[in-house]
Design a protein around this ligand. Sequence first.
Ligand code: GRF
Length: 220
Amino acid sequence: MKVAVLCSGRGSNLLALLEAAEAGLLGPAELRLVLADSKEAGAINIAREWGLYAAVVPRTAYHANRDGFERRLLEVMAPHEIEIVVLAGFLRVLGPVFLAAFPNKIINVHPALLPAFPGRDVWPLEVASGVKLAGATVHLVEKGVDSGPIIIQGSVPVLDEDEPETLAARILKVEHRILPQALAWLASGRLIIEDGRVRLKDLPKTGREEEVFIWPPLEG
Ligand code: GRF
């Protein structure tokens, strides 16, 4: 399954995908193309270092014309016969033009336990809210902001001394683990989507089904 990765920023999630591919952890998913919406995106350099085709479609060139921007993305992708799209720190909300081209084949990684804290720059909000557990989510992309059936989540504690940056760094480690896994599952046809929920086909019992993660930890 040929995969395009769309990025806006430094590209650490892209790097996690490339490392997972190298380790043979992406199943039938093959990373083919990286697209960025700004030439400042560090992800472009990472892609080139790894010998992956990379292109920039500058969002600023399209002003209020989201459809035009999305049509251009699709045009650049077309020769690569892309089947799956991964949004890895892509800071644009996709509209009907793009979504219609890849139904149930676009995934996004988000640095919060959705449906809590959708949107951009969530770390200060997570810290300020006083939640004790934060985390990351990978979900199928539907219209709307950070909405769509959830594939996988991972959680981390929020520490009393956390600043948005320290929490973001802890959450990022979760993102790097769950994004490659979600992609491998999608590419290998393991996701069953029913009534807005994702089930995983052939999910093996791990013995960890009853595990709980409580923060702050219980005493005594
Ligand atoms: C990640 O935290 C992602 O969840 C968010 O933006 C950040 C991108 O990081 N949407 P990177 O470009 O993958 O390093």
